[in-house]
Design a protein around this ligand. Structure first.
Ligand code: P1T
Length: 384
């Protein structure tokens, strides 16, 4: 079905999927197969070997491209596999200018994997384009943006980054995991590549690890496909099924994530033990206006620090919540809480964490879609 002119909720349900031509099954079948029989050498139905192509992955890729307003999508076995594929577009000596506030695993693959292959990474605050400009050298090939950032929930102006990238002929990559395509479409603001950890809001039920890359560029897509087929970071068909199923309710879930996050952020502001509340929907958030420009709502992630700025104070609260499960990850229907300094961002040296404002007491909430009164009562008892 051509979904181009349909709105997002309809796209999420219909993009990429057709009734199965063999049986009429409304759900895309899982072809649990490694290979496809050819009637003569090179004569086949578009599928040769499941590292290269698989029907449900193909359906999911069409859906992903459609919901990000992109031309092409490639799905991976995890968000990190997607990041790995993007970095393999680079060559030794190339440089990347990256936001200094990003997922700890992205920082780790930059500094502990790709650095040893001669790729250089410069980390800057991306709230001011002058900082980015100052870090660009003749060897810079890529700008790496995450927005909202993990875990500080800063908002980076994608349109402004796109104009810097264009001026210097750089590939602009936006990790759109925290927003999801329901809230933000970076390609529309000039990004060259959008990536997702589909493990999060896209899958939405904490039951699948998956990644995705979307682009409008035929050239980048050709290279990414080549990298994927050569390196093999493909998702299994069962996992593609789960993400495809998750997509169908993304709009409904995201609306409730946003409503609940707003209630929790507003409530946290009134709590005497809380120092800073970070949620880009708050009018006092330093990037609120950029969020209003490029996002349709403000998302389900809320971070906050404590007046008692110690690891212990954070651990005390985190060990008492009952509905908010203490766990890495985010974006599922159930609420999670985490302590970036000792969990998701432990691979970033403390001095660097402190420099970007990631305090020892910072707590990150992935606000789920439970009834929000219960969530607030849970936090209240954990604080008391
Ligand atoms: O976990 P994986 O699907 O491989 O995705 C990695 C990834 C990439 N980008 C962002 C912004 C992410 O937040 C993540 C994974 N993040 C967590 C597991 C976390 O708890 O923050």
């Amino acid at each position: 079905m051509d979904v181009k002119n349909l709105s997002i909720g309809t796209k999420l349900i219909h993009a990429g999927v057709e009734p199965d031509p063999a049986t009429g099954a409304i759900m895309t079948p899982i072809y649990q197969t490694t290979t496809y029989v050819q009637s003569a050498p090179g004569v086949h139905k578009g599928y040769e070997y499941s590292r290269s192509q698989n029907p449900i992955r193909h359906a999911l890729e069409k859906a992903m491209a459609a919901i990000e307003n992109g031309k092409h999508a490639t799905c991976y076995g995890s968000g990190m596999a997607a990041i790995d594929a993007i970095l393999k577009l680079l060559s030794p000596g190339d440089e990347v200018v990256s936001t200094n506030d990003l997922y700890g695993g992205a920082y780790r693959i930059f500094m502990q994997v790709f650095k040893q292959y001669g790729i250089h990474f410069n980390f800057v605050g991306m709230n001011d384009m002058a900082f980015i400009e100052a870090a660009i050298t003749p060897n810079t090939k890529m700008l790496w943006v995450e927005t909202p950032t993990n875990p500080m929930l800063n908002i980076i102006d994608i349109e402004a980054c796109a104009s810097v990238a264009k001026k210097h002929n750089l590939i602009l990559v936006v990790d759109n995991t925290f927003a999801s395509p329901y809230l933000q479409n970076p390609l529309d603001w000039g990004a060259d590549i959008v990536m997702h950890s589909a493990t999060k809001y896209l899958g939405g039920h904490s039951d699948v690890v998956h990644g995705c890359i979307i682009t409008n560029s035929d050239d980048l897509q050709k290279k990414l496909r080549f990298i994927q087929n050569s390196c093999g970071a493909v998702p299994g068909p069962q996992d593609c099924f789960l993400v495809l199923r998750g997509l169908k309710t993304l709009h409904v879930r995201m609306r409730q994530h946003c409503i609940n996050a707003k209630a929790i952020a507003t409530w946290l502001k009134t709590n005497k033990k809380v120092d800073q509340v970070l949620w880009c929907g708050l009018p006092e958030h330093p990037n609120h206006n950029i969020a209003k420009k490029q996002m349709r709502d403000f998302g389900g992630m809320v971070s906050f620090s404590l007046k008692d700025d110690t690891v212990q104070a954070a651990h005390d609260i985190l060990s008492k919540t009952k509905l908010f499960a203490l766990a890495e990850s985010l974006g599922g229907v159930e609420s999670l809480c985490g302590h970036p300094a000792t969990m998701t961002h432990a691979s970033i040296p403390r001095a660097e964490r402190i420099a970007i404002g990631l305090k020892d007491s910072l707590i990150r909430l992935s606000v789920g879609i439970e009834d929000v009164e219960d969530l607030m009562a849970d936090l209240e008892q954990a604080f008391s």
